[in-house]
Design a binder for this molecule. Structure first.
Ligand code: COA
Length: 252
């Protein structure tokens, strides 16, 4: 393979609405950086959604998050994604898959993009399990009612959401939705799914009991987290492990 093609192959475009960027996105971008030399976080102007944040705000918030990471660029794009990818000199679209429910939509999107520009490939990464249950919509839903979504989005975005919905920052006496990883802390409190404090355990059970995931999976996730931690195959400083409260932001 000649050098020019090699370079093109190392640039991935990670598109989305990012209304707002969540720690699930950050985690995926972080992992994308382990595969590609450069990742462009491409914030869509043309999206089927009606965003809470303006395009400018969405770009600015993401830029703040990735400031100091030269391999990550944030930029807005208008029009068709595949045209933008081509303009950018790339041929890889990076997307995340959370659950089976994402698959159909992502499959459609990838096939349509492939139909439009055959040489552009879509690469999927599985979202890390501690972010499986979050989406920008569910985070906004909780934040709009004063729920504590700390730890689910980067700090600057947390602040922006609080401001947008008219809540004080830092937190005062707010409603605790119990998804912050548990005040008991201890090992494995990522997103409240591990064996953390009371709130963490309760949320894990909630997941397993007909919440966002199929019955039994919440418990499975906890066990998996503990096992992984014991076996040393996860970095304790990485993505919420061992941090107790709240789940820690993905690190680079
Ligand atoms: N962890 C947690 N949540 C995640 C996640 C992750 N790793 N990855 C995605 N999500 C969530 C997002 O928060 C978002 O939640 P929401 O639906 O509640 O807002 C949802 O999954 C999907 O969002 P996102 O990844 O931002 O994709 P999108 O569906 O908003 O983006 C575009 C779609 C922008 C890529 C698409 O509309 C597009 O390409 N637009 C340009 C115009 C175009 O080319 N159209 C034709 C396309 S065929």
């Amino acid at each position: 393979m000649d050098n020019a093609r090699e370079r093109v192959g190392r640039l991935a475009i990670y598109p989305g609405t990012f209304d707002p960027l969540t720690n699930g996105h950050v985690s995926l971008i972080r992992r994308g950086c382990q595969i590609f030399d450069n990742v462009v976080v491409a914030v869509a102007a043309d999206t089927p959604k009606t965003p809470l944040f303006s395009l400018d705000e969405r770009v600015r918030m993401a830029e703040e998050v990735f400031a100091g990471h030269p391999s990550i660029t944030v930029e807005p794009f208008t029009g068709l994604l595949v045209d933008y990818v081509e303009r950018r000199g790339a041929n890889v679209i990076l997307r995340g898959l959370r659950a089976v429910s994402d698959f159909e939509y992502e499959f459609q999107l990838a096939l349509m993009n492939r139909k439009l520009k055959r040489h552009i490939q879509t690469v999927f990464l599985m979202t890390d399990y501690q972010w499986l249950y979050i989406s920008s919509t569910i985070i906004k839903a909780a934040a709009s009612l004063g729920g504590d979504i700390k730890g689910l989005v980067p700090e600057n975005i947390y602040r922006k959401l609080r401001e947008k919905y008219g809540y004080p920052y830092p937190l005062g006496d707010d409603i605790d939705l119990g998804i912050g990883g548990g005040s008991g802390g201890g090992e494995g409190g990522p997103g409240g799914m591990g064996r953390g404090g009371a709130a963490g355990s309760a949320f894990g059970a909630g997941l397993g009991n007909g919440g966002f995931l199929p019955r039994g999976m919440g418990a499975g996730l906890s066990a998996e987290g503990d096992d992984a931690l014991r076996n040393g195959c996860l970095d304790p400083d990485d993505e919420g492990y061992g941090g107790g409260t709240p789940p820690m932001a993905p690190t680079f």
